[in-house]
Design a binder for this molecule. Structure first.
Ligand code: NDP
Ligand code: 3PY
Length: 313
């Protein structure tokens, strides 16, 4: 079995060695320009079109992250990039769930305990205990209840917050109120105090966090965007912060990355920023998942993690 690997920034040597250890029967190599030698599986992130297009004998492609929007948009421009019938897999959790939990829980608690207000007071040398927020007024609404949204919901339920989620299909997550489909979105938004975005980037979700949506949240709401920058209309977010409809935003992802120097988001006091680090691919966990999935595929067993090309995630 032959496996080709391409990632623009990962430590390729490390990945090749670890993959080889996990799949001793395989021949694992870094794909290089011009390499048209046979391959059974390709492991990729931002793959050059020629790495995959026209490749015969390919049995599966693994995206080395959770979101497949970049690879699918390339596929749209080059429909022959993924040979017909070859499944595309993505990383399901592989350590990203815990990272998303850490990020979301720490930020929700930061706002819930009013550390943003106390930080402002500190800058003015003000010693002034504030009224506590009540959990029942701090409903968390999670857009997207998939692998990562589900994990984040679980961790916030454990902290005693009222938690609700919104997805295409109805969910049965312990302690979480589930809303499904476009018609349920207004009910999901009504009363949501902290909105956490974990949707995939698809034509249906681009620009979803806009003026209309933000206006339906509870007064002085907060937004955490952990998914993709294109979900959020940045000008609408700034307007909602300035009007007082929103009290704060924590953004990990942006419509343009790196966030341009002249973006007004940098200077806005209500916006906190991290540079797309909410959850990164953990090599050892990702390799264990890929090796297990390849073994299952080779044995003709059913696997999880296949991307629906029809739904775009
Ligand atoms: N900032 C970062 O560092 C990282 C960001 N990400 C982003 O997080 C995203 C989510 O990852 P993951 O949880 O693994 O993805 P999943 O595919 O497991 O979950 C996606 C969820 O979104 C729901 N959904 C999709 N389309 C719609 C729609 N039109 N209306 C309502 N709900 C919809 C799905 O509904 P249903 O369950 O019914 O299908 C599902 O619940 C990734 O696509 C990626 O962009 C991922 C990793 C790191
Ligand atoms: O895996 C993903 O989709 C990411 O955004 C990694 O940062």
């Amino acid at each position: 079995m032959d496996i080709i690997f391409h990632h623009p920034t990962f430590d390729t040597e490390y990945w090749l060695n670890r993959l080889q250890q996990a799949l001793p029967q395989a021949r694992v190599r870094q794909w290089k320009q011009g390499d048209q030698q046979p391959a059974d599986y390709a492991l990729v992130w931002h793959p050059p079109v020629e790495m995959l297009s026209g490749r015969k004998g390919l049995k599966g492609v693994f995206a080395l992250g959770a979101g497949v929007d970049a690879i699918l948009s390339k596929l749209q421009a080059h429909p022959d990039m993924l040979p017909d019938g070859v499944p595309l897999f993505r990383l399901e959790d592989t350590g990203m769930g815990l990272q998303m939990q850490e990020y979301a829980v720490s930020q929700v608690l930061h706002w819930f305990r009013r550390f943003d207000d106390y930080q402002r007071q500190k800058q003015q040398g003000q010693w002034q205990p504030l009224e506590d927020y009540r959990r029942e007024d701090f409903t968390i609404g999670i857009l997207g209840a998939g692998v990562l949204g589900g994990k984040v919901a679980e961790s916030l339920v454990a902290w005693g917050f009222p938690v609700r989620c919104w997805s295409r299909s109805k969910k049965d997550l312990p302690g979480v109120q589930s809303f499904a489909g476009g018609e349920a979105l207004p009910d999901f938004l009504h009363g949501t105090r902290v909105l956490i975005n974990l949707l995939p980037n698809t034509p249906q979700t681009v620009g979803i966090i806009n003026r209309e949506l933000l206006g339906q949240l509870a007064k002085e709401a907060y937004v955490i965007n952990l998914a993709r920058g294109v979900h959020l209309v940045e000008a609408d977010l700034l307007a909602a912060l300035d009007s007082g409809q929103l009290k704060g935003a924590m953004l990990d992802v942006f419509s343009k990355e790196p966030l341009p120097e002249n973006s007004p988001l940098w200077a806005h006091p209500g916006v906190a920023i991290t540079p797309h680090v909410a959850a990164v691919t953990r090599p050892d966990e990702a390799i264990a998942y890929i090796a297990k999935t390849i073994t299952q595929l080779e044995n003709g067993e059913s696997v999880s993690g296949e991307v629906s090309l029809q739904h775009g995630y």
